[in-house]
Design a protein around this ligand. Structure first.
Ligand code: NAP
Length: 358
């Protein structure tokens, strides 16, 4: 049988790397990676080539005729770009329509949240989705809940710091909102199923492994590590103040990472921790299909086993190769509560009327 030709954008990134693995392991795809000329010599890109992925040198910001060349013979496009690059996908979607691409998967891959003012990052993605629908381009939107890799708390001994990107020492609200969790490494395995499945065409999918509250994650981490973890509950009022302050701070230059990173971090906490948006039942209400129902035979990676590997010191952290992440860690020591960090960076705002709980 002829292999499906897939163009993967962001294959050297975290989500893109998982998808590259999942598609290669599945074996029914010929995978091409769209890689920026400046990135073709990155070790991650060289590794992809060694594993049989073909590199198409190009940039989402290239003129349309180049994008059309990059899409030659492609059946499916999957895009996994960073928060500031969401709207850069629109010219690729327009070119994909002209080339007759059979399925375009824009960069979703976040937690569930409704569009329209709850999360800037969600709304950036929705702008792209609306463009796709206006083009009448076949699509699938895939969200994945919260990565296992970002969900667990720091241990007092510091022995899991090696795998963490931030202190992660806060429980949002009362810590009892159910939230969908997925192992980053499983995203590619889900994608291999989703893009072969006619039921998922022109649909939204929530791919997730399990549902836990933050309190349950803390208890599991305590059990696995045999360490007692302080429970630093951060009130709804504090989260709302952070969101409002971060929004005000990012008004002038919304695409400046110094502005949008605090904004989307605060809005994530507000969305999954206070509103409880990242719940499969809410996803179903929003019209998502759920992977446990689509693929009951899928064996997700086990969360406890993942935490055991983190505690043992054998887990792979995320974003470990980024200079920006090392710099971030130097500026914001992991031992410092991000609550106090926010309080120092942002002035406290008085009203949270514009934030609405569900
Ligand atoms: N659910 C969760 O818990 C969670 C966690 C983190 C992120 N996410 C979501 O996942 C999505 C992907 O994030 P990530 O952290 O996996 O991304 P990432 O590791 O930062 O990788 C982004 C990739 O996009 C490529 N890229 C950027 N601009 C490009 C352009 N103009 N042309 C071609 N390629 C370009 C980059 O290429 P270079 O190699 O050239 O830089 C890089 O490979 C984000 O949108 C975010 O919403 C979700």
């Amino acid at each position: 049988m002829e292999k499906t030709q897939v163009l993967l954008v962001g294959a050297a990134g975290e989500t893109g790397g998982s998808i590259a693995n999942g598609l290669i392991e599945d074996g029914s795809f010929e995978v091409h990676a769209l890689v920026r000329p400046a990135s073709v010599h990155k070790p991650a890109v060289i590794k992809l080539q060694e594993r049989g992925i073909q590199i198409r040198k190009g940039d989402l910001k290239a003129p349309e005729e180049q994008l059309i060349e990059l899409l030659a013979e492609i059946d499916v496009v999957i895009s996994c770009v960073g928060p500031a690059e969401q709207q850069d996908q629109i010219p690729l979607a327009k070119a994909a329509k002209k080339c007759g691409v059979k399925r375009f998967i824009p960069c979703g891959f976040i937690t569930v949240a409704p569009p329209g003012g709850v999360m800037w990052l969600r709304d950036e993605k929705e702008i792209v989705y609306n463009q796709i629908r206006q083009l009448w381009l076949p699509y699938t939107i895939v969200d994945v809940g919260w990565w296992y890799q970002l969900s667990y708390p720091r241990l007092p001994s510091g022995r899991v710091d090696y795998a963490m990107t931030s202190g992660n020492d806060e429980i949002i609200g009362n810590g009892n909102k159910p939230t969908a969790l997925t192992d980053l490494r499983d995203i590619g395995r889900y994608m291999a199923l989703i893009i072969k499945d006619p039921r998922t065409l022109n649909k939204k999918i929530l791919a997730y492994n399990q549902v836990s509250t933050q309190n349950q994650i803390y208890s599991l981490m305590e059990e696995v590590s045999e360490e007692k973890i302080d429970r630093n509950y951060v009130s709804e009022e504090t989260i709302c103040s952070r969101v409002l302050a971060a929004r005000q701070a990012s008004e002038t230059y919304p695409f400046d990472p110094i502005k949008f990173v605090p904004r989307y971090l605060a809005e994530y906490q507000y969305s999954w921790g206070i509103r409880g948006d990242n719940d499969p039942e809410y996803a179903r209400y929003l019209g998502y299909y759920l992977t446990p129902e689509l693929y009951p035979e899928f064996k997700p990676s086990d969360f406890r086993q993942y935490l055991e590997s983190v505690v043992r010191g054998t887990a792979k952290g995320v974003y470990q190769d980024r200079i920006v992440s090392r710099k971030h860690q130097r500026h914001f020591p992991r031992t410092e509560s991000s609550d106090s960090l926010y309080a120092r960076i942002f002035p406290r705002t008085e009203s949270s009327d514009s934030l609405m709980s569900r």
